[in-house]
Design a protein. Sequence first.
Length: 255
Amino acid sequence: MKNEYINSEVSVDKANLRNRQSLQMKKRQTIGLMRKILLLFTALFALATVAGAATYTVTTTADSGAGSLRQAITDANTSGVEGVIQFAIPGGGPHVITLATPLPPITVKLDIDGYTQSGSIKPGATWPAKIMVQLQGSGNINGLEFATSAAGSSVKGLSVVGFGTDVDHAGIYIAAPNVTVAGNLIGLKTDGTALANSIGVLGAGADNVVVGGATPDCRNVISGNTYEGVTFIPIGTDLDNFASGELVQNNYVGT
C-alpha cells in the first residue's frame, strides 16, 4: 500500500512537471509569436514610410498640364504625404517656366530640387552656381508659397524672378516653420541679369527658416529685388506672432 502511495505521488509529480513544461513551452511560443508580429509591424511601418515619400518629375516648361511644375505641386498636395520635385526638362536649357497665375500654395513637406535638372552645378567656394531652371512671374503674385502645413520643406537650384509688386508678395513666401532656401538665384535670371521680385524671400511668422547655410553649396545670390532681399514679418490679428530661430548665412545679398 505504501509503495502504491509513493508511486502515485511520483506519477502526480511527473504530471505536474509535464504540465509546467507544457505551459513554459506555450509561453515561449507565445512570446516568440509576439516578437515575430512586432517585427512584421515594424517592417511594414518602415515600408510605408519609404513608400510615403513620392517623387514628382517636371518635364515641361508649360504653365499647367501633365509634367508641369503646377501639376507636380497639385499632385503632392493631393497625396497628403511628403515628396520631392525633380526636374528633367528636355533640351539644352536654361529652361524658363513662366506663370500667368499663382501656383497652388504648398501644403505638405516638399523638397524642390532644381539641381536635378541636367547641366546644373551647385555653387562652390570659388565658383558660382549654374542654374538651369528659371521660375518667372508676371504680376502681383507669389512665386513659391509654403503654407503653414509645409513644415520642413526646401527649395534649391532655381532662379526665381518677376514675382510681386507690393510688400505683401515675394519670390518665395514662407509661412511654414523649418523651411530651407539654399543655392538659388533670387531676383536674378539664370544669366545673372536682374528681374526684380518685390521681395526676395518673405518669412511670415515662420520659425526656424534657413536662408543659405553653413557650406558654399547652400549659398543664395539675392539681388535686384524692389524692396528687401530677405525679410521676416509678424502675423496675427495684432501682429504679435513673431518668428524665431531664423538663420540667414553665407549668402550674397544685394550684389
